[in-house]
Design a binder for this molecule. Structure first.
Ligand code: CTP
Ligand code: CA
Length: 225
């Protein structure tokens, strides 16, 4: 698809995109979170809508305006994100997990604000694992032929780590962000490579998040047909 040309090649399709980063509460005023802005997921939602899709954007704590023509579902935690993704994925042609999901959450939630106690060391924070949403929806597809895409940021041995993660998750495509990897690619940090379960490898040069989003949809469309 040429840049700037919008073909309605997702018309009649329902796509689900998760975006942002989950927050795992400790008490009513504190949480464990991450720095995901949500911009890549929102770019995926916008570009899919521009290509004619019905889009459900599941947004975890992204401080961004709702994209026009997109159904936005707001969630906070990984457990809430899982519920929203499973619900929306039931009739989806494709699911793209661009959200940064907390791997762990505090084992306990304090209903009242945690207070300091004079002369006492703080209690350690005990964590438990969150569900792996991408692995779950990939292993148990809501629809035959549903295309599932994951995202990963890797530092060392990007391609090998990406291949291992793709196999472990069981998704169809994994967008691997080459964070800090210069040896293999010798280029800008924001480059990505999209690995396919079919062995394909699509390099996306440094550029705007819309360009990466359009490449992802190109690869999804090819697998839907
Ligand atoms: N993901 C998910 N549920 C989780 C963790 C991650 O659905 N509990 C999804 C993310 O949305 C992303 C992909 O899995 O699309 C890869 O996330 P990543 O954190 O790289 O994978 P992990 O399996 O958590 O591996 P790591 O130990 O490297 O963090
Ligand atoms: Ca993780």
């Amino acid at each position: 698809l040429a840049r700037g040309v919008t073909e309605p090649d997702l018309r009649g399709r329902h796509v689900v995109v998760s975006a942002g980063g989950t927050r795992e509460p400790l008490d009513p005023v504190r949480f464990l979170g991450n720095r995901s802005s949500g911009k890549q997921g929102y770019a995926l939602a916008r570009t899919a809508a521009a290509r004619g899709a019905r889009v459900t954007l599941i947004s975890a704590n992204a401080g961004l305006p709702d994209p026009a023509g997109v159904d936005v579902v707001r969630v906070g935690t990984a457990v809430q994100l899982r519920e929203a993704v499973l619900k929306a994925a039931a009739d989806a042609d494709a699911v793209v997990m661009a959200a940064a999901v907390a791997d762990f959450r505090p084992a306990a939630y304090a209903a009242g604000k945690i207070k300091k106690k004079d002369g006492q060391d703080p209690e350690p924070i005990v964590l438990v694992r969150n569900p792996d949403i991408l692995a779950e929806i990939s292993a148990d597809r809501a629809r035959p032929g549903q295309v599932i895409v994951g995202f990963a940021a890797e530092t060392d041995d990007v391609l090998a780590n990406g291949r291992t993660k793709l196999a472990r998750k069981g998704c169809d495509l994994l967008v691997v962000n080459e964070v800090g990897e210069r040896k293999t690619f010798g280029a800008e940090e924001n480059e990505a490579v999209v690995l396919g379960a079919d062995g394909s490898e699509t390099r996306v040069p440094h550029g705007p998040k819309e360009a990466l989003a359009d490449t992802v949809w190109d690869l999804v469309v090819r697998r839907l047909d």
